[in-house]
Design a protein around this ligand. Sequence first.
Ligand code: AP5
Ligand code: MG
Ligand code: ZN
Length: 216
Amino acid sequence: MKMVLLGPPGAGKGTQAKLISEKYSIPHISTGDIFRKNISEKTKLGIEAKKYMDNGQLVPDKVTIDIVKDRLTEDDCKEGFLLDGFPRTVKQAEALDEFLNSADGKIDAALLIDVAEEFILERMTGRRVCSSCGASYHIKFNPSKIDGKCDLCNGDLIQRKDDTEATVKERLDVYSKQTQPLINYYKNQNVLLKIEGTKEISEVFDEICNSLKAIK
Ligand code: AP5
Ligand code: MG
Ligand code: ZN
């Protein structure tokens, strides 16, 4: 299955993506994670991406589209994939469609995790992420078993640099201006599945699995 995840920052895309990718045995591809890995390795891409990410702005389309195309040509994507945080602009969505069309493929489902703005700030400021594997936790809603350590790989949990109140507000603004138009884009393709994202993590996951049954 070829899927994309949509939703505002802090909606739970990364959290659900880990669960979906395990259940459906498809790779979880997060452009945010790819950029963060490059930042920690101080690559040219990382240095470029950091300028935008620290301010809550989008990394330019050209850079982002090429990275995703490269990743999608890898072998593990043949049977499907789950994109998290891409596309984020109409231009990215069009480039993705064009790329898939050229191999007679298309997106099977665009999962929109819907969460109202009032919940976002608490989710973001309480988020902790694993510095090794990228797994996402929350000090209140999804704590790790050992304080400050990742359940999956025992890596150190850290706070993301862009999870400050001011940057979160900027990211929400960018989302509503540049990414929200994608909801209609995928609705028009009849692949949009809207998921209520304010329930507990396991309930959100159940709703996702149920709605995916309908399209399989
Ligand atoms: P990215 O990393 O994609 O960030 P984002 O979209 O802002 O989303 P987040 O990762 O912050 O949230 P999430 O939805 O994954 O939520 P999570 O599961 O962690 O992008 C970062 C930056 O990279 C961008 O600003 C941009 O600069 C750049 N970038 C990335 N992709 C790009 C692209 N395509 N084009 C251009 N630039 C790009 O959950 C959040 C918290 O809530 C966690 O603590 C979690 O434990 C908790 N939580 C999750 N679900 C629940 C629940 N149901 N109930 C209670 N708590 C919950
Ligand atoms: Mg994420
Ligand atoms: Zn980890």
